[in-house]
Design a protein around this ligand. Sequence first.
Ligand SMILES: O=C(O)CCC(=O)C(=O)O
Length: 263
Amino acid sequence: MGTFQASDAQIAQFQEDGFLMVEGLYDAEEMDLLLKVSKTDPEKNEMVYPTKDADGGESKLWLTADIDRDDIYNAICHGRRMVETMARAMEDEVYLYHYKMMVKEPRVGGAWEWHQDYGYWYNNNCLFPDMASCMIAVDRAYKGNGCLQVLKGSHKLGRIEHGTYGTQTGADPERVALASKHLEHVYCEMEPGTALFFHANLLHRSDANTSDDPRWSLICCYNTKHNPCDNKSGHPTYRPLEIWGDDKVKEVGRRQWESLQPV
Ligand SMILES: O=C(O)CCC(=O)C(=O)O
């Protein structure tokens, strides 16, 4: 889907539902390269840190806002099909806020409580909730290995109070329960290469991975140019994002994979 262009109907669907799933945004070779590179990448593996859920389940992630690298992560985050879709969905130029790999290993990967990403980013003095992310399934994501779940249309609720519930920051459970009575609860099952664009105020969560399958996902997060945010390490203020051609994912990915081979 190197030539993917979202239709007007898809953009309208994102704006109405708060999310848009695009199957096969990345092809098998692109996902194979991303998976191989990220599993062997010594630098990123050093950056991984664990987070515990309320039941002791442990997810891992690395997060960075480094946009000056010629690597496969940047080829995806700078990629035309991603950035153009984001900009149209958010009706402004977008810049990369950060990107992260979410790792839920078989049997141990933990849950994420219901939250809005803006529930976190509000604390970085991001003035408007005009931000969005794209989750790319690197492994197949399904109910058993803890795929993302969303409350359809919840991005229209406004920002919900967030606090610490268990060991994680999450949205006020009473408000989530109220929203759940009225809004559709969707399990976003995704094949590798499928991308889920979602608004920063969309309520989402995921269960622990109780399966024998890993669930790795790359999440690329964007802010809109008009939205002031504090400049923080890992959460920067506006800087223009260069748009790269769709072919770069394979070109850079192959080179990076080769460079990771023992000599
Ligand atoms: O990886 C997941 O299952 C949840 C990730 C998430 O909610 C987030 O990064 O905001």
